[in-house]
Design a protein around this ligand. Structure first.
Ligand code: ADP
Length: 655
């Protein structure tokens, strides 16, 4: 998503500095660093030599003479003024391998004393040069090494804006000279593109606008659910206008230290002004732009950063061609000051794509993918209602991978449908072995859903039923593809939806006289729909048109909050309960009326694991006609008028 070029040579001012023209501050820093290194080495050296000394110990000259008298010495070496004595190992008072040193009186006396004792005696010239080199190697070399390491480390920190440059904006590491993305790469989103088109034109041709006195808007806020192409659109604006693109995420401004964010904002604007005309893109702006009242939790650092951003936005001159684009999926939490005219005064909605948008997105992503003649994007788009651009991009890629896995040279419709399932419910989980009884329960549960949907005219036709477990947790599922994209749901449709959701649980109860944990997700969904019908859509008798809940974050999970008194909330709960109870009873009634079809289809599903909507309808119709179901479904021939290729339209006709 955000794999922007990192351009370390961007426009870093340090690179333009003449060599040798060192900043005096830096000079001081280097000297200090060198002294620290020297100190560290000296301390280490002292400790080290002390440790080395452990192998020798000093004795008095008297002791040395005593040792000579007792014939305890094997060898004596004289260097400078120091005598190194090697004792005889067999002597018990002295430890083995330990050398003793002592200061000597005079060379004549010593030779006199050693004569005739049989002690080996060597005299070595004082090694002044050697000592000097040893000193140099052991002190100076580590100092220099440490110093170099420290300098490299400090440079790194400076480059990354850490420690020595905490307040530096990181935008320069995300700067792209030319994004290479144009509006052609953004499918659907026509309205969004249209409102950004004039901005592009302005950046291209500012004279045309400034001549009349028009000003470039300072900023535009891209609002929409995740994955709908907000980042892509921002890049496309930069790409169309051929201007550099600075990109940063809101969270990158805010650090642990108060004031860092504000200084990063300053740095970002300074840098951008140098590169104008250009586009600054701030992703997830809600991280810094949260409203400053305490409702959403206050934070000093964030507020300072926001204040700085507001001040910078006021301060720059748009005629230079600096445009700020920001993206968020929580516009309701943004500070009003950020949204007022003169700041982010344009709001561009980048919503979930509709059917046409989805078809176009699929086409854009399939541009470089080999497709065979079976591919029908409209069908895929119908099956993926609610999917966003990133889901669709992912599906096309999954389909291509599946085609390769199956040894084919082009992607077919089957691969695409399989990819849709992989993205929505996960891969097939072949290693999960269900017991016979569990397979029966899952099979009846899924057929219960499908049968109830098919029996209600207002529900969507069934495309596929499967009892192969999936990696995202489903043990089986029914895939339904609507005949057309819907923007509105009638009350009847919602009621049918509720009955459909509860059809699985109803089948379990009818057939096995017990219920399982498998309906948890259905119950959650059904409750959500029922609650929305009562609290938001004004579809209950009791509350009529009273709005009882409001949506909190429309673009994320659509969570709602009740805004009514406690008593009303209790009543709402009762209403929801009654609605769900009635829907469940209806599901049971429908299934009991078609018990034979339920059994026959479930049996067939247990055998085949996956059946298509056509097979489902064929068995259903045959049972309704009182016909026997043969082992092989191809042997089943329905009367001509009911065996046509278009099951969806027929289904409506028959049921
Ligand atoms: P957002 O910023 O809204 O979360 P992105 O712009 O990062 O989403 O989109 C993620 C990916 O999804 C893009 O890189 C692109 O491949 C795909 N995508 C999303 N929307 C579209 C679209 N309208 N057209 C083409 N590709 C899209």
């Amino acid at each position: 998503m955000d794999n922007m070029d990192s351009n370390p040579n961007g426009n870093r001012p340090d690179n333009n500095r003449e060599p040798g023209n060192m900043d005096p501050n830096k000079k001081h820093q280097s000297i200090l660093a060198f002294l620290i290194c020297l100190l560290i080495t000296l301390v280490c050296f002292a400790l080290f030599t002390n440790m080395l000394k452990d192998n020798s110990s000093e004795i008095s000259y008297d002791k040395f003479i005593e040792m000579i008298d007792k014939d305890q010495i094997k060898e004596v070496t004289l260097q400078s003024d120091t005598l190194t004595i090697v004792p005889k190992h067999q002597e018990t008072d002295f430890q083995e391998n330990v050398y003793y040193t002592t200061q000597m009186e005079s060379i004549d006396k010593l030779t006199e004393r050693l004569e005739g004792t049989g002690i080996e005696f060597h005299a070595e010239p004082p090694d002044a040069f050697g000592e000097f080199v040893a000193m140099l190697v052991s002190v100076l070399l580590p100092t220099v090494l440490l110093f170099v390491l420290l300098m490299v480390f400090m440079r790194r920190m400076n480059k990354n804006g850490g420690m020595m440059g905490v307040g530096k904006s990181r935008a320069k590491s995300y700067i792209q000279k030319d994004t290479g993305i144009t509006f052609k790469d953004v499918a659907g989103q026509d309205e969004a593109k249209e409102s950004l088109q004039e901005v592009v034109d302005f950046l291209h041709n500012p004279g045309k606008y400034t001549m009349i006195g028009a000003k470039l808007p300072k900023g535009a806020l891209l609002v929409g659910p995740p994955g709908t192409g907000k980042t892509l659109l921002a890049k496309a604006v930069a790409g169309e206008a051929h201007v550099p693109f600075f990109s940063l995420s809101g969270s990158e401004f805010v650090e642990m230290f108060v004031g860092v964010g504000a200084s990063r904002v300053r740095d970002l604007f300074e840098e951008a002004k140098k590169n104008a005309p250009c586009i600054i893109f701030i992703d997830e702006i809600d991280a810094i732009g949260k409203t400053r009242d305490s409702h959403y939790g206050g934070n000093d650092e964030r507020e300072q950063t926001l204040n700085q951003l507001l001040a910078e936005m006021d301060g720059f001159d748009t005629s230079k061609g600096l445009l700020i684009l920001a993206a968020t999926n929580r516009p309701e939490v943004l500070d009003p000051a950020l949204l007022r005219p003169g700041r982010f005064d344009r709001r561009v909605i980048v919503d979930r794509p509709d059917l046409k948008g989805r078809i176009e997105i699929l086409k854009v992503h399939a541009r470089n993918v080999m497709l065979d003649e079976t591919v029908d994007f409209e069908n895929i788009a119908l099956a993926t209602s609610g999917a966003v651009g990133s889901d669709l991009a992912n599906m096309v890629n999954e389909a291509a991978i599946l085609a390769v896995k199956n040894g084919r040279r082009a992607v077919s419709q089957k691969d695409l449908l399989e990819a849709v399932e992989v993205v929505l419910v996960g891969k097939e989980k072949k290693d999960r072995i269900l017991s016979r009884q569990e397979r029966r329960i899952v099979s009846y549960h899924e057929v219960g859903h499908a049968l109830v949907s098919a029996l209600q005219k207002d529900a969507e036709p069934v495309q596929k039923i499967t009892i192969v477990p999936r990696t995202m947790g489903a043990l089986g599922y029914v895939m339904q593809v609507p005949e057309e994209e819907k923007y509105l749901n009638t009350k009847k449709e919602l009621e049918a939806m509720l009955v459909g959701y509860l059809g699985g649980r109803a089948a379990e109860e009818i057939v096995f006289d017990t219920v399982t944990t498998g309906a948890a997700n259905d119950i959650e969904q059904a409750t959500k729909v029922a609650r929305a019908m009562i609290t938001q859509y004004g579809m209950s008798q009791k509350f009529g048109l009273m709005g009882l809940a409001s949506q909190e974050n429309q673009y994320l999970n659509g969570r709602t909050v009740l805004n009514c008194g406690d008593d009303t909330a209790t009543e709402v709960d009762h209403e929801v309960m009654t609605l769900l109870h009635n829907s469940y009873e209806e599901a049971k009634r429908l299934l009991l009326g078609h018990r034979e079809a339920l059994d026959k289809i479930a049996e067939y599903l247990i055998r085949k694991e996956t059946i298509t909507g056509k097979e489902f309808m064929k068995i259903f119709r045959a049972v309704e006609r009182g016909m026997e179901i043969p082992e092989n479904l191809d042997d089943l021939v329905l009367p001509v008028s009911e065996n046509e290729e278009k099951p969806d339209t027929e289904e409506k006709h028959i049921l």
